[in-house]
Design a protein around this ligand. Structure first.
Ligand SMILES: Cc1cc2nc3c(=O)[nH]c(=O)nc-3n(C[C@H](O)[C@H](O)[C@H](O)COP(=O)(O)OP(=O)(O)OC[C@H]3O[C@@H](n4cnc5c(N)ncnc54)[C@H](O)[C@@H]3O)c2cc1C
Length: 102
């Protein structure tokens, strides 16, 4: 799949060719919305993301989006931001940028 080649190529740039050296040549692609027994998936509104999920790859690749909300339903600067929301995704983006700038 060309997207896999493209990602491996990009990661090679960050990790001095280690991505393609360690790539086993296989991957799993899953469209949960098309799976008869799953029919889609969503992020819990109330639980916060785990630190492990949010860890960067050697401070080179970072993750952001609603799933990476580290607050859950707790108030943040006077507002309640549920995890599965646009606000949550935006907050996560700001927090990752803060981490990169630190
Ligand atoms: C039906 C519905 C109603 C909602 N209503 C609201 C609402 O009223 N208010 C609210 O705040 N939130 C609402 N939400 C939630 C909100 O849409 C999400 O929280 C928000 O869009 C998450 O943003 P994100 O950037 O984390 O992820 P997304 O918006 O899902 O962006 C992820 C992007 O990555 C792309 N992508 C995925 N895999 C790959 C890949 N391998 N390569 C390249 N690109 C890829 C996807 O195509 C997508 O464009 C709703 C969600 C749904 C499903």
């Amino acid at each position: 799949m060309s997207i896999v080649d493209s990602v491996i190529q990009e990661l090679d740039g960050y990790f001095n060719g280690l991505a393609s050296q360690n790539y086993l040549g296989s991957y799993i692609y899953q469209d949960w919305g098309q799976n008869t027994y799953i029919q889609g998936t969503w992020t819990s509104d109330f639980d916060k993301s785990s630190k492990k999920l949010n860890d960067s790859l050697d401070d080179k690749v970072y993750f952001a989006g609603e799933t990476y909300n580290t607050h859950g339903i707790t108030p943040n600067r006077g507002f309640y931001i549920i995890r599965g929301s646009v606000q949550s995704a935006i907050l996560s983006g700001y927090e990752v940028v803060d981490q990169i700038l630190e």
